[in-house]
Design a protein. Structure first.
Length: 113
C-alpha cells in the first residue's frame, strides 16, 4: 500500500511539472508516504519509485508536502469514486469532473472540514 501511495505522489509531481506548476503543494492522507519522500535526503530509498521522486524533487521548483486526514480528504475520495476500477493505467483528465471542482472551490474557501 505504501508503494501505491508513493506512486500517486510521483504521478502527481509529473503531472504538475508537465502542466507548468512550479510552486506545488502535495496533499496526501498517507503520513508514512510523506515521511518516506521527505526523508529521501538521508539516502533511505528502499522503494524503487522513491528514486524517481528524488529526481523529480531536484528540479527547479518548490514542492511542499502536507498530511491531510483521510476523513477530511474529500477531494481525493471523490476522485477515487469516479475511477473505472477495471482500468489499471494512469489517466490524466484535462478538465476535472464538476463534483471535484465544487469540492476544490469549497476547500479554497475554507468551508470543507
Amino acid at each position: 500500500m505504501l508503494e501505491a501511495e508513493i506512486w500517486g505522489i510521483y504521478l502527481g509531481l509529473v503531472s504538475a511539472w508537465n502542466s507548468g506548476g512550479r510552486n506545488v503543494l502535495v496533499r496526501s492522507d498517507s503520513q508514512e508516504a510523506i515521511q518516506e519522500v521527505e526523508w529521501l535526503g538521508y539516502d533511505r530509498a528502499r522503494i524503487i519509485i522513491l528514486h524517481h521522486v528524488t529526481e523529480s524533487l531536484r528540479r527547479d521548483w518548490v514542492v511542499r508536502f502536507n498530511h491531510v486526514n483521510r476523513e477530511r480528504n474529500r477531494v481525493a475520495n471523490c476522485m477515487a469514486k469516479l475511477v473505472d476500477r477495471s482500468q489499471m493505467e494512469y489517466v490524466r483528465n484535462a478538465k476535472p469532473h464538476l463534483s471535484v471542482v465544487q469540492l476544490l472551490l469549497e476547500d479554497n474557501n475554507g468551508s470543507l472540514g
